[in-house]
Ligand binder design. Structure first.
Ligand code: AMP
Length: 510
């Protein structure tokens, strides 16, 4: 007997086994109130998801049709993982920090028929063309989720695309990562199993839900009937307050969020919430050994590291404390936990001749949406090419540098080429190289080295970038140069340009 692995399985189980349990506690300061009064049970969530599917039927969105949402973390976005994908449509969760031209590109490229936006992003409705557009909020709740009609049945197909997640990479435009129900199902179950997700878990959404579908926890935690606590905006003290108020046991975060929690703990009055109870899963950049030690010592939270990409749904490897390390010193333990980790169940890792990390797994993307060339490159020889450099020794992977021209700042990818394009469109810019420079708070800072034709200031160039790019992609620093290091064939020598900034840093990524 065989049934398709579809993401709706997670909500169906929770609604069957735990209908009266709290499923989602929405952000109390959500600009759009409503949606069940801020707290909904699994029975409510299942009803709202069905209502959303029936509403999409009414709009005439077919199976496979794309439905985009540009939203901060919210109960509405959380429910859409099911209301949209659960009945065969494709959810496109869009980064709410993107600029108007960037969102326009994604809506157009994905062919989304429906666009839903957070009330703070209301302007997008006028500026981004789409067949059906809605501002989320009380006025549209009834229309979008309120239908009591039976949604048109969907037989389920585990190879169908469930989400398309746009990610900045090595091209001037972001690429749409097509993840199937099977990818998401297996990532969620393996990730959930290896982090020990259970029906006792209270999960705090410190990760943006749009980023690799909140790495899969919206599925894994739901499947076990755990509780979701929505956090709209990252703030260290607020994280600690929520951990205390709701008895949070689990969260996922980029290293910058971990740093914010550590800062807040330094001035926290009383015992640190979650001590000896909470586990935090960290990824996006290699966390420094000292940070790992501080999480375990000052917060008393379990530290788990994972490594992966949007393209791998994302779980590839995990580093978690193990019995064999119990006699080691805290620093030695932290050093072990500082490695990206051992392959997760069903994942194969290999390093190729150039030092690039390759991976095979059931979580790896189906394709880049409407981009067969990029798909063929990324999946050459049936291995996914991560673009990261590393070593695989003693069963553990360590990430040491990046082969791809990508900067990771505060956990979000920034394509150097995209920023270079934006700068080159300024009439005074003759040559440009955009590089990542190590930074204590953000991991890496977007830095532009520029050769100009005539007078132009740093502020003018940054303002120019802001017209086309999300704020976090814009250079934080611009340095004016007479020339840029190039090879004999005229190719920029980025490694040479990066060198002075990275001296004394252990790895080539931060
Ligand atoms: P994204 O697709 O936006 O999630 O970014 C994926 C990229 O983040 C990877 O290709 C790595 O460069 C980086 N990354 C993710 N996790 C880790 C980690 N644990 N250590 C080092 N780099 C990481």
């Amino acid at each position: 007997m065989e049934f398709p692995l579809i993401v709706r399985d997670f909500l169906d189980r929770a609604a069957t086994a735990y209908p009266d349990r709290t499923a989602i506690v929405d952000e109390p300061d959500q600009p759009a109130a409503g949606f069940g009064g801020g707290q909904i049970t699994y029975a409510d969530m299942a009803r709202l998801a069905r209502g959303q599917a029936a509403g999409l039927d009414r709009l005439g969105v077919p199976t496979g049709g794309r439905v985009a949402m540009v939203s901060h973390n919210s109960a509405r976005l959380m429910t859409s993982f099911y209301g949209v994908s659960g009945w065969g449509r494709v959810l496109v969760p869009v980064n709410f920090r993107l600029s108007v031209p960037e969102v326009r590109y994604i809506i157009e490229h994905s062919g989304a028929e429906v666009l839903m936006v957070d009330p703070e992003l209301r302007h997008l409705i006028d500026e981004v063309p789409c067949k059906h557009s809605f501002v989320l909020g009380e006025e549209t709740d009834e229309l979008l989720w309120g239908s009591t009609d039976e949604p048109a049945p969907w037989a389920g197909d585990e190879h169908a695309t469930a989400t398309i997640n746009y990610t900045s990479g090595t091209t001037a435009r972001p690429k749409g990562v097509q993840l199937t129900h099977r990818n998401l199902w297996l990532n969620a179950t393996v990730f959930g199993w290896q982090t020990g997700v259970s029906d006792r878990d209270v999960y705090l959404h410190t990760l943006p839900m749009f980023h690799a579908n909140g790495w899969g926890m919206p599925y894994a935690v739901t499947g076990m009937g755990g509780e979701h606590i929505v956090l709209r905006k990252v703030d260290g003290a607020e994280i600690l307050r929520r951990v205390e108020k709701y008895g949070v046991t689990l969260m996922c975060a980029a290293p910058a969020v971990v740093a914010a929690a550590l800062d807040a703990a330094a001035t926290w009055d009383g015992p640190i919430p979650g001590r000896d109870r909470t586990r935090i899963v960290v990824a996006g950049a290699p966390p420094p050994t000292r940070t790992i030690e501080r999480v375990r010592d000052e917060l008393g939270w379990e530290f788990i590291q994972i490594y992966g990409l949007t393209e791998t749904a994302p779980l590839l490897t995990m580093s978690r404390m193990r019995q064999e390390w119990e006699d080691l010193t805290p620093t030695e333990q932290a050093r072990n936990l500082g490695r990206a980790g051992a392959p997760a169940i069903g994942v194969r890792v290999r390093i190729d001749g150039t030092g690039e990390v390759l991976a095979q797994s059931n979580h790896n993307l189906e394709a880049y949406w409407e981009n067969p060339d990029a798909t063929a490159d990324a999946l050459a020889d049936n291995w996914f090419h991560t673009g990261d450099g590393g070593a695989f020794e003693g069963g553990y992977l360590t990430i040491s540098d990046r082969k791809k021209d990508v900067i990771i700042s505060g956990g979000e990818n920034v394509s150097s080429i995209e920023v270079e394009d934006a700068l080159m469109s300024h009439p005074r810019v003759r040559e440009v190289a955009v590089i990542g420079v190590p930074d204590e708070k953000w991991g890496e800072l977007v830095t532009a080295l520029v050769v100009t034709d005539g007078e132009v200031t740093e502020a003018e160039l940054i303002a120019h970038c802001r017209e086309n790019l999300a704020g976090y992609k814009c250079p934080k620093r611009i340095e004016f140069r007479d020339e840029l290091a190039r090879t004999a064939t005229g190719k920029l020598q980025k490694f040479k340009l990066r060198q002075p900034y990275w001296e004394g840093v252990e790895r080539g990524v931060n």
